[in-house]
Every structure is written in structure tokens, then in C-alpha cells.
Design a binder for this molecule. Sequence first.
Ligand SMILES: Cc1cc2nc3c(=O)[nH]c(=O)nc-3n(C[C@H](O)[C@H](O)[C@H](O)COP(=O)(O)OP(=O)(O)OC[C@H]3O[C@@H](n4cnc5c(N)ncnc54)[C@H](O)[C@@H]3O)c2cc1C
Length: 317
Amino acid sequence: MTNPDELFDVVVVGGGLAGLAAALGLARARRSVLVVDAGHPRNAPSAHAHGYLTRDGAPPLELLRVGRAEVSGYGGEVVEGTVTSIKRLADGGFRVALADGTDREARRVLVTTGLVDELPDLPGLRDRWGRDVVHCPYCFGWELRDTPLGVLGTGPQAAEQALMWRQWSSQVTLLLHTAPGPAGDQLEQLAARGIAVVEGEVAAVEVAGDRLAGVRLRSGRVVELGALVVGPRFQARHAVLDDLGVTVAEHPRGIGRQVEADATGRTAAAGVWVAGNVADVTAGVMVAAASGVTAAAAINADLIAEDTARAVAAARA
Ligand SMILES: Cc1cc2nc3c(=O)[nH]c(=O)nc-3n(C[C@H](O)[C@H](O)[C@H](O)COP(=O)(O)OP(=O)(O)OC[C@H]3O[C@@H](n4cnc5c(N)ncnc54)[C@H](O)[C@@H]3O)c2cc1C
């Protein structure tokens, strides 16, 4: 149980891999750190997280359970809760308000709240998300190798996405759905790679026995598939940062919006850092965790500079 009157060196908002990796670094740097986590990591719908070196295939929630224990082992605190606002105080610190009506104060804040995947609005699709409706070949490609895959076109990246997934399966169908037709030499590229192109809007996903069986087009035609690839729009969860003066910008590839920060996660707002998907919508699990580690070192350095300046001022006085 945290002491509400304690001034933390750092409050971390969000306890996914980015937040916990940062908290571990900060706790090991002998910083008082509190992680407030709402407990809904983005990859929770999936049974396994892939590509996390030495833990490949671990259940996402298991990774976080171990991570929380590691943070606690160094005196870091992790609490369940939702942060509703972060206000800057006159002394340069922050007041972090929680949905339970309590608040905590901190010298620095690190926001690692992740992102929202905006999925295509098709009946039955959301229920399959993270299982046989997927987006990321590096997360799911190996498990879906040689499976008949449909790529649901919802934007100009659709043909590129189909060509990408062809690396994992020779049975790829590009469902044009609401995407523009393939541009330039893409039709030739798709044909050369044996990717079928199906015109017409998809009306629903077809499920049989808790497995995706295919998609039904508005025309009534059913295309049989083992999995469906979608291109969600990625929206950084930045609401708690909105009063602090950070900048939110479109990703260079037009795939979503993320909080702008330098390579260490430092934002335009003094004392406010970001890491993980809130700052980089393309980050997978290792990159998200690594960005937390980088932010922790930068925050610690910033606090060391402040501690040193204060010590010098006190010594002079
Ligand atoms: C279905 C799916 C499967 C994936 N599989 C893989 C994979 O196999 N390999 C891979 O490399 N990548 C995978 N990813 C990507 C992976 O999910 C992200 O890289 C990773 O979750 C990013 O970590 P994060 O800490 O930035 O955010 P998250 O893991 O989303 O954690 C953010 C945390 O902050 C909390 N939070 C949000 N707002 C608040 C608030 N206001 N107050 C308190 N807490 C808050 C959330 O509840 C959550 O617990 C997958 C993504 C999806 C969608």
C-alpha cells in the first residue's frame, strides 16, 4: 500500500512491458517509483507473446506478473488503478490523480499507456482479434505459416501488406473491401507472387467451432480462410498527457497517431517522458521494453542533475 503523502521520484502511468521495464531500471537506480496500472495490456487477447528473447511464446500476462515481482523486489511499488489526470505543480513536480479519488505526487512522470487498435467495423471481427484476426506478421506469421490468409483492404497499404504476408504463406488473398485498387505495378507484383485479388466489400467474418472459417462478401460469396489480416489504425492513449503540453502527431507512414518525443522518450513538456506504444505505435514487445529502459536512464540522469544543482545551492548557502 502506498503512502499518499510520499513524494515519488517517478510515477509511471501504465504497467505494461514499457512501464515495468522502466520501473525496474529506476528502482535499481534507487529511485522511489510507483507504477499505476489499469491492467489491460494491448496483447492480452493473444495466448502467447512472440519475439521476446529468452521468453518467446510466454503468455502476455505472465510476462507482466514476473515483471511486477521483479520491480517489487527492488522496492518499486505497483498498484492497480487508472490515472485520470496529471497536473503540473508550481514546484515543477506533478500531481497524478487516480480514478479512486486519491492522488500521488512525483518529481517526474513517465507515461506508458499504450495505444488503442481501431479495428475495422465488421460483425464478428472483434471477437477473433489477437487469435485468427491479426495485424503483425512478426507476432503471428510463424504460427500462421502456410495458412490460407485473407488481407482485408481498408487503405492504401493493403497491397503492400499482402506482399508482406506472402513471406509466411503462399496462400494469400487480397480482399479489396474498402481499399483503393492496387496502384502502379502492384497488380503485376501481386500476380507474380500468386496473390489472388478479390473485389467487393466484406460483410462479415464467418466462424465455425470457435475458428475463423472465412469471410462473406456483400455479394453472398464466401472466401474460405484460416486467418484474416487487418490494418488497424493505431491511436496512442494520450488523454492523461493532454494538459501538459505534449505534441501528438501522425506516424510518418500514416498508420496512426503517437506522442512526439526524442530518442530517450523526453517530450516537449519538461519532466514528462513517454515510452512504448504511446510514443511508437510500431513497437513490439522487446522494443517497448527497451524504450522503457532508455527512458528510465534518461529520467535518472535528469534527477541526478537536479539533485546535484540543489546540493550545490545548499552548499553555497
Ligand atoms: C493482439 C496483439 C498481439 C500482439 N502480439 C505481439 C507479439 O507476439 N510480439 C510482439 O513483439 N508484439 C506483439 N504485440 C504488440 C504488443 O502488444 C506491444 O508491443 C506492447 O503491448 C507494448 O507495450 P506497452 O507497455 O507500450 O503497452 P501495453 O502493453 O498496452 O501496456 C499499457 C498498460 O497501460 C495501462 N493503462 C492505460 N491507460 C492507463 C491509465 N490511464 N492509467 C493506468 N494504466 C493505464 C493499460 O491497462 C496497460 O496495462 C501484439 C499486439 C496485439 C494487439
